[in-house]
Write a protein that binds this ligand. Structure first.
Ligand code: NAP
Length: 311
């Protein structure tokens, strides 16, 4: 079994920033890529709010840059996932990887992020990759000149809707309330875009098209009036928030009822000594690339201090 000093699980902005700091502190961290190398930002288009890029930067390029920066200082990485963690207060902690390998580490940083949520309505599962998607950047270009529905009212929904106007003949934002949750600037852009229309107070009860093997529409229900209607569309994009990817550590480390890892005070320490957490897996409030990066920095410093105290 390989014995490591510091393992970081996850390669989004939290994991990679943690790796930059830990590598510069000569800890030679080992990164485990996780299910989506580079994290959620690799699936977004332009990132306009990461400081230092006045013209914006592609999410994919930003993450590539962070990885190169981490590698420059001696970070090693493993293209694998953690199937299960066995954590012991004070360490060493064991990680059982999806590929069959087991790794032991003194300090562990969990930076596994979060993944998109789905509605769980009839037709959704059957039509995934056939018009049902949670990533406009990945799948939007397949749906040219057809109406497209986007479900949700937050920044993700509006960002997806704006992006999808490049392809769709019309983009319908289906939101369960009358008011968007998205930031003002995103709302203004959406309201000003003639290709975007809103279905307020509406939820999707069913995704239509299972027999045709492709999305042909969605069945909408007005939550105020109970009225049912059909919206014809060729694709439906979900943007209804995220679930933290913390299952491999469930029952091992303290989490809240939604599965977000609980941190101790202002630090990145978890309920298990020698285990730290950073980014969206431990943050249901901010969930920004820059806050995740800041949390990654904090976890590296906390882990480094903890390791130094034990020497
Ligand atoms: P979010 O802010 O949690 O919004 C989720 C949206 O989905 C809400 O409008 C919510 O409705 C709706 N929703 C949740 N469950 C639903 C269900 N079962 N059925 C129908 N609708 C449902 O998530 P997000 O948009 O992914 O954003 C997450 C974080 O990332 C936020 O902090 C956001 O600011 C940030 N972000 C920023 C940018 C940017 O600045 N460019 C881009 C993307 C994300 P309610 O409003 O009724 O709760």
């Amino acid at each position: 079994m390989d014995a490591e000093t510091l393992v970081i699980v996850g390669t989004g902005p939290a994991g990679l920033t943690c790796a930059v700091y830990a590598a510069r502190a000569n800890l030679r961290p080992l990164l485990i890529d996780g299910t989506l190398p580079g994290g959620q930002l690799t699936q977004t288009t332009e990132v306009e709010n990461y400081p230092g890029f006045p013209e914006g930067i592609s999410g994919f390029v930003l993450m590539q840059n962070m990885r190169q920066q981490a590698e420059r200082f001696g970070t090693r990485s493993l293209s694998d996932t953690v199937a299960r963690g066995e954590l012991s207060p004070g360490g060493p902690h064991k990680l059982f990887l999806g590929g069959g390998k087991t790794i032991e580490t003194q300090a562990l940083v969990i930076a596994t992020g979060a993944r998109p949520r789905w509605l769980g309505v009839p037709g959704e599962e059957e039509l995934k990759n056939k018009g049902v998607s949670a990533c406009a950047t990945c799948d939007g270009a397949f749906f040219r000149d057809v109406p497209i529905a986007v479900v949700g009212g937050g920044d993700s929904a509006i960002e997806e809707a704006l992006f999808l106007t490049r392809f769709g003949s019309k983009v319908f934002v289906v939101h369960r309330r009358k008011e968007l949750r998205a930031s003002k600037i995103m709302q203004e852009r959406a309201f000003a875009n003639p290709k975007i229309a809103f279905c307020w107070d509406s939820v999707v009860d069913e995704i239509l098209g299972v027999d045709a093997d492709r999305v042909t529409g969605v069945r909408l229900r007005n939550v105020e009036t109970g009225e049912l209607s059909t919206l014809d569309c060729g694709a439906v994009f979900m943007a209804i928030g995220h679930t933290p990817s913390t299952e491999p550590f469930r029952d091992q480390v303290e989490m809240d009822e939604r599965g977000y890892i609980r941190l101790q005070g202002q630090s990145s320490r978890t309920s298990i000594e020698g285990v730290f957490a950073a980014g969206d897996c431990a943050d249901s409030a901010y969930r920004q690339a820059v806050t995740a990066a800041g949390m990654g920095c904090r976890a590296a410093i906390d882990a480094e201090r903890w390791l130094a105290e034990r020497e």
